[in-house]
Design a protein around this ligand. Structure first.
Ligand code: MN
Length: 245
């Protein structure tokens, strides 16, 4: 009895509050007025940003022997999936207002550690996995190759410098090739940071990224990060890298 009374009270109060909140138009043209004041998904600025995990374009074992199937499986289904879930949880729990991934990373320095780390993890792994492919890797061509040669002297020198950045990143992190207004630069970031972050040391459009967290190689390579890096070049999809120029 008491519960029913309370429920009725809440219902009446909510109805009254809604009427006050939306004002008299609801009395004149009900549905249309409601639609106008209660934003739904797809209308301006109400839907929260949602990160998604892009499907892999190859099987877990497709990158063998360079990257083993078990590592790929765990990396994609456990690590990457968790980053995506956790960043979306943080966006909802913290009412994070940014509408696009670009906007989100432009404000990375203002985010909570949970949002920042998992948002970076969600984005970085989509970027990383889509840059890999089965079969023999070719090498940079066309405009990308020209830009690499112009910035680093040769493709081999670029690979050397990029590998060194990946090998020398202390602890967990990433190595990156970025396009900074036509000049290509190599850098590395800690944790799940990336060059899109507003507080990144080197900023630019990411062209290539290498995950050097131990979870990316330890099952097969153990402490031999340099071997992982050397073999990773064998599965880079240069066509994808070119399209990012
Ligand atoms: Mn990873």
């Amino acid at each position: 009895m008491e519960t029913n009374t309370r429920r009725d009270f809440i219902k009446t109060t909510l109805t009254a509050s809604l009427a006050v909140a939306i004002g008299s138009p609801v009395l004149l043209n009900g549905g249309a007025a409601l639609a106008a004041v209660i934003p739904t998904e797809g209308t301006t600025g109400f839907a929260p940003l949602k990160f998604t995990q892009k499907p892999l374009k190859y099987a877990f074992n497709a990158l063998e022997p360079n990257i083993d199937a078990l590592t790929m499986d765990i990396h994609y289904t456990k690590h990457h999936a968790a980053y995506v879930k956790n960043v979306n949880d943080a966006i909802a729990a913290e009412n994070i207002p940014y509408k696009t991934e670009a906007d989100f990373f432009n404000n990375a320095s203002k985010l909570s550690a949970k949002a920042r780390n998992n948002g970076g993890g969600a984005w970085n792994h989509n970027f990383f996995f889509e840059t890999l492919k089965a079969g023999a890797s070719t090498g940079p061509e066309g405009k990308l190759k020209d830009a690499i040669v112009k910035s680093f002297g040769s493709v081999d020198k670029f690979k050397e410098q990029f590998s060194a950045a990946a090998a020398s990143r202390f602890g967990s992190g990433w190595a990156w090739l970025v396009n900074d207004k036509g000049t290509l630069k190599i850098c590395s970031t800690a944790n799940q940071d990336n060059p899109l972050f507003d507080n990144a040391e080197v900023k630019g459009v990411p062209l290539l990224g290498l995950d050097v967290w131990e979870h990316a190689y330890y099952l097969k390579y153990q402490n031999k990060r340099a071997d992982y890096i050397a073999n990773w070049w064998n599965v880079v999809d240069w066509g994808v890298v070119s399209k990012r120029m």
